[in-house]
Design a protein around this ligand. Structure first.
Ligand code: KG4
Ligand code: ZN
Length: 332
């Protein structure tokens, strides 16, 4: 069964065709990162305009690369939240128009839940129950998944999302946007010599990154960063210390949850799951197998939307044309 997935919740216009929820036949993404990097962050109006320009060419390419025509498709899955309202509307309206003209079922997908499904696109199949750490630019959630559509949230961030913290710290250190890859690159040249705070919020599976971010801002100020002379060894050391601190907190809590809920596997998801220090720390410490999606499926893509759509379709989910963009859509 082949599903067309469409994703436009933030600054990536993406479309993919996935067979049986597990086999990507195509996965095409138009990133706007260069356009937004001029502004140091995403400008919503610019993002929705870019989605309108990219949507049809991306759709045509993904159908072509997958070698399919509309008659080969079983359904259309589209992100309808959470995300930027103007961006979501482009994808949702495109999906509705296609579902109507091609006479196909329409399935609205929660973007955060879809991130989890990147784990179904790899070689190893997840085995329930699993604990999933979802770490993206907008969300940080730890969930227990006992089956498809059986998700219980164990904890979330109380302030910044992990990716947001990476982006803000990178800006403070003058490392550029997007912050995650910039911090990871800088860290390779540095040593984690600074002891930065870790908010454990004991007795909960919640996270907090604002204290850590403030500590980095103070440290950067004390050291006169960003350094106009171009000497960035202190910035690299702070980046490495920050990255180590975030990886330690995320890994410790995820592993604790995996133990408590007797998970068979621990799954990583979301853009921050691309971080090699986080991947390495969790894999080294976890008592159960850790599944991590391929890099291309960690950050925003439409294959994960199509995969999630497949399992929802099997469970009987169908949406009507009243499906709307829900910017504040929550998980579970
Ligand atoms: O999942 P995603 O592509 O979009 C959202 O749904 O938010 O995640 C984007 C976030 C950004 O904050 C970006 O800085 C972060 O993921 N990110 C990383 C890395 N690559 C992307 N964070 C840490 N290390 C990375 N290598
Ligand atoms: Zn995302």
């Amino acid at each position: 069964m082949k599903i067309l997935g469409i994703e436009s919740s933030c600054d990536e216009t993406a479309a993919a065709v996935v067979q049986d929820g597990t086999k990507p036949l195509s996965n095409v993404i138009a990133s706007q990162v260069e356009i937004h990097s001029r502004y140091g962050g995403i400008v919503p109006e610019v993002a929705s305009r870019q989605h309108m320009l990219s949507a049809i060419p991306i759709l045509e390419r993904t159908m072509q690369e997958a070698g399919v025509c509309p008659a080969d498709l079983a359904a259309i899955a589209v992100t309808h939240g959470p995300g930027l309202a103007g961006s979501l509307l482009v994808g949702v309206n495109l999906a509705k128009a296609l579902a109507f003209s091609w006479d196909l079922p329409l399935v609205g997908i929660n973007h955060i839940e879809a991130h989890i499904y990147a784990n179904w696109l790899g070689e190893r199949v997840p085995e329930f129950p699993v604990v999933v750490l979802i770490v993206s630019g907008g969300h940080t959630d730890l969930v227990l998944m006992e089956g498809h559509k059986q998700i219980t949230r164990l904890g979330s961030t109380r302030d910044d999302a992990a990716g947001e913290a990476f982006d803000k710290v990178a800006r403070v250190l003058g490392l550029g946007y997007p912050g995650g890859p910039a911090i990871e690159r800088a860290s390779r040249e540095g040593t984690p010599r600074f002891k930065l705070p870790r908010a454990w919020l004991r007795g909960t599976y919640d996270f907090s990154f604002s204290g850590l971010k403030t500590a980095v801002v103070r440290l950067a100020q004390d050291l006169g960063l960003p350094d106009a002379s171009g000497s960035d060894s202190a910035a690299a050391d702070i980046a490495a210390s920050f990255q180590e601190s975030v990886a330690d907190i995320l890994a410790t809590k995820a592993i604790q949850a995996a133990r408590e809920y007797e998970a068979r596997q621990l799954l990583l998801a979301g853009g921050v799951a691309a971080n090699s220090t986080l991947r390495e720390t969790i894999t080294r410490r976890s008592p159960v197998p850790v599944l991590i999606p391929d890099l291309a499926f960690c950050t925003d893509n439409a294959a994960m939307i199509a995969s999630c759509g497949y399992f929802h379709l099997l469970a009987g989910t169908r949406h009507g044309f009243e499906l709307d963009a829900v910017p504040g859509l929550r998980l579970a």
